[in-house]
Write a protein of this length. Structure first.
Length: 206
């Protein structure tokens, strides 16, 4: 049997551990989401406390179908779960992944965490999986996410109108972004330099 293009793997560095998501992270994810009651945000996918196990199970089902590769994001020093992120819309034929399903506890937003996690994910995508492109998508109303993605160095590709449902049943437009392999070296150098001065406020999440 051919090995999948993208498989669960531990990623660590810059004070973070990205562990393949599992039900053992349920308690930690509940606490992270409760830090700011993030499930009340209309433009994110953060689960309510009682839905956390189902949220993880869905992610693992998508992983089994080759559609998603989810991680729990942990503080490497304390072991505290501070959020979650994923590869999704994985297209092995063109060596493409998108980064999304990302959210962090309120207390670590506007810190180095989002940049550090994205640097780990992009490094793995471009330098281990040999991706030709990494993509992002976000709700057109999620201006914080758009700023965060643009700050990473991704290019805005356009807007898909009436593209998806929000969990409240409204229909959203989706903003699409991408970063090509040829653009990665410059982005990697810039983000690595930024992480040497983590005190600067940074937008969080996507």
């Amino acid at each position: 049997m051919t090995a999948p293009f993208a498989s669960p793997v531990l990623l660590q560095g810059h004070g973070l551990r990205l562990e393949p998501l599992g039900l053992q992270h349920e308690t930690g994810l509940r606490a992270a989401a409760a830090d700011g009651e993030l499930w009340n945000l209309r433009v994110t996918s953060v689960p309510r406390p009682e839905d956390t196990a189902a949220y993880i199970t869905l992610a693992l089902d998508m992983q089994a179908r080759g559609e998603r590769l989810p991680w729990a994001v942990l503080d490497a020093n304390t072991g505290r779960v501070i959020g979650c992120t994923s590869y999704h819309d994985i297209v092995a034929a063109v060596r493409r992944v998108e980064i999304g399903w990302t959210w962090y506890a309120r207390s670590v937003q506007r810190s180095h965490v989002n940049t550090a996690a994205k640097l780990l994910l992009m490094t793995h995508a471009f330098e281990t999986l040999n991706c030709t492109v990494v993509g992002w998508r976000t709700d057109i109303l999620n201006h914080t996410s758009q700023r965060a993605i643009e700050r990473l160095g991704a290019q805005r590709d356009g807007v898909l109108r009436s593209h998806a449902l929000r969990r409240d049943g409204s229909i959203r437009d989706t903003v699409m972004y991408s970063l090509l392999a040829s653009e990665w070296p410059d982005v990697r150098a810039r983000l690595s330099t930024r992480l040497q001065a983590p005190s600067a406020p940074l937008p969080a999440g996507d």
